[in-house]
Design a protein around this ligand. Sequence first.
Ligand code: IMP
Ligand code: MG
Length: 174
Amino acid sequence: MAEHVEVMLSEDEIGQRIRKIGERISKDYEGKSVHLICILKGASFFMCELAKRITVPVSIDFMSLSSYGSSTESAGVVSIKKDIEEPLDGRHVIVVEDIVDTGRTLKYLKELLKDRGAADVKLCALLDKPDRRVVDVEADYIGFKIPDEFVVGYGLDYDQRYRNLPYIGAVKFD
Ligand code: IMP
Ligand code: MG
């Protein structure tokens, strides 16, 4: 099926918003350090930009999960494909996600990382599609609330394509 992508959020808008979130986090965690856990692959672009805007000490780790197959519909089950490498004991964790859709991924992660000994776990997502929520979970830091449309770019993919777009765009099926 052919498709095209329409710009929803420009590179500039995204950059400015990330700067703001970085300032907020830097204030909220004053006197502490934060441990960012980036959810691969989608959140990698966001995490890099965000980390650069945080002024308290930052450490990073990566995790890869699957809840989506290769289409635009969630499989509904979350499993770990690649686990974090650093211990979490006593750390102030912020999970960095590209988008909160059904909310299953973030809910699963919040409980898992708390159980593993983090001092606290907050959730930060570049995008939020509140209309799609299936489980009760709220991100603590959100870039943009968007309508229920399938989006790509800035790390997000459609069948592994479009991650490299410097903006967020809605996929339109022709
Ligand atoms: P959740 O567990 O349903 O909240 O799933 C979130 C994950 O689904 C995200 O990390 C994305 O990988 C994927 N996802 C959800 N909506 C979109 C979208 O519009 N475009 C690309 N990926 C999406
Ligand atoms: Mg993802």
